[in-house]
Design a protein around this ligand. Structure first.
Ligand code: 8DG
Ligand code: MG
Ligand code: MG
Length: 143
């Protein structure tokens, strides 16, 4: 194959859940510029989904995570050149009171906690699609 042939990549995005809130940041990357998205990034060679989730959240926000679990996967054809199979995980912050830091200011305008019932707009396309479909990342409480 020619070196320029595009191939699908694997992304890992993390629903970091704090009470009824979720961590979102406004993207400054070309893909989804100015939209609100979860922390996350690309799976590295030989990495587990859990390891990738912890690494990307730490690199992007400085936060340590706990209770990391696989949720679902979506196939995201984002543009002519970008196709990402995205693994969605959920986790909780190890310290719920620790403030997220903007450690990659060229990629994110800043992180904040948002109520699931009052999400900011516009959401990053793949996340918007999940919310529109009624997806809920919170654990179902025993009844
Ligand atoms: P890296 O160099 O650190 O590995 O990558 P990154 O710059 O942090 O990658 P990213 O774009 O933040 O995430 C990788 C891909 O994951 C993204 O291009 C598309 C997919 N993805 C979704 N939904 C979400 C989401 O809500 N947040 C993030 N960060 N990525 C998502 O499909
Ligand atoms: Mg990253
Ligand atoms: Mg990222």
């Amino acid at each position: 194959t020619p070196p320029s042939t595009p191939i699908p990549k694997v992304g890992v995005a993390v629903f970091l859940l704090n009470g009824s809130k979720v961590l979102l940041g406004k993207r400054l990357s070309a893909i989804g510029h100015s939209t609100f998205a979860l922390p996350g990034g690309h799976l590295e060679f030989r990495e587990s989904f859990e390891e990738c989730a912890a690494r990307e959240v730490k690199e992007e926000t400085g936060l340590e995570i706990d209770k990391t679990e696989y949720l679902t996967v979506t196939n995201n054809v984002i543009s002519e050149k970008v196709h990402v199979v995205c693994i969605f995980m959920r986790a909780t912050p190890a310290d719920p009171n620790q403030k997220p830091q903007t450690l990659e200011p060229e990629k994110c305008d800043g992180w904040d906690w948002y109520e699931w019932n009052n999400l900011p707009k516009p959401l990053f396309g793949p996340l918007e699609n999940m919310v529109q479909s009624g997806y809920n990342p919170f654990p179902t409480t025993a009844s």
